[in-house]
Design a protein around this ligand. Structure first.
Ligand code: URA
Length: 200
């Protein structure tokens, strides 16, 4: 984690940070079959930082987050909420976990300095956390996603005093299996949108 912190701190832009992630050898997921790192996509001046769990097969192949089926659903929902041009999208880990399993808290902790540096460089007005593994890692809570979703929390960095309101919601991959839950995510996206309008 010290090496991740050092590399992350040296990055002055999101582009630098993507290169620092690609050069980082300290995440054990690298040796478990991931073919490349997957950092972020979107507007480097975005008002909203969206954090998923980890890359899947399509992301591993293309090097871009949320480009598979779940990503396409996410993009459609962001577009419907008028958020497409307002987001930068990343994950809690930057290499595909084997078999698309959930990243472990240990893997997430090793990658956390890069996620925190993304937050510090972007200084978003709000953060959207997709799914339990993302919400738990970022907010350092054991609460379940059904309790967390739709509730604003404060994400405050230990160093530097940076904070922003963070909204956990359900993961788009879950919505592919439980389409009726889209209604809850839609409510969360509207709340996020209203918050941005309120914040100017
Ligand atoms: N699911 C995630 O959590 N992240 C991705 O990038 C793709 C699918």
């Amino acid at each position: 984690v010290a090496e991740a912190r050092r590399l992350a701190a040296g990055a002055a832009t999101l582009q630098d940070l993507a290169a620092a992630v690609a050069a980082f050898e300290g995440c054990s997921l690298r040796g478990m079959g991931a073919t490349q790192s997957v950092f972020g996509r979107g507007d480097p001046n975005a008002q909203v930082l969206v954090i998923g769990e980890g890359p899947g097969a399509d992301e591993d192949r293309t090097g871009q987050p949320f480009v598979g089926t779940a990503g396409k659903l996410l993009d459609r929902m962001l577009a419907a909420a008028g958020l497409t041009d307002k987001v930068f999208i990343t994950n809690t880990v930057f290499w595909r976990p084997p078999g698309n399993r959930t990243p472990t808290p240990q893997e997430q902790a090793v990658c956390a300095p890069f996620v925190e540096r993304t937050f510090a460089l972007l200084q978003p007005k709000a953060v959207l956390l997709l799914g339990a593994a993302s919400a738990k890692a970022v907010l350092q809570t054991e609460d379940g996603i059904m309790k967390l979703r739709g509730q604003w929390r404060e994400w405050r960095l230990a160093e530097g005093g940076l904070s922003a309101p963070a909204l956990p919601t359900l993961h788009p991959a879950f919505l592919l299996r439980q389409p009726q839950a889209k209604r809850q995510v839609w409510a969360d996206l509207l709340a996020l949108s209203a918050r941005l309008d309120g914040a100017g």
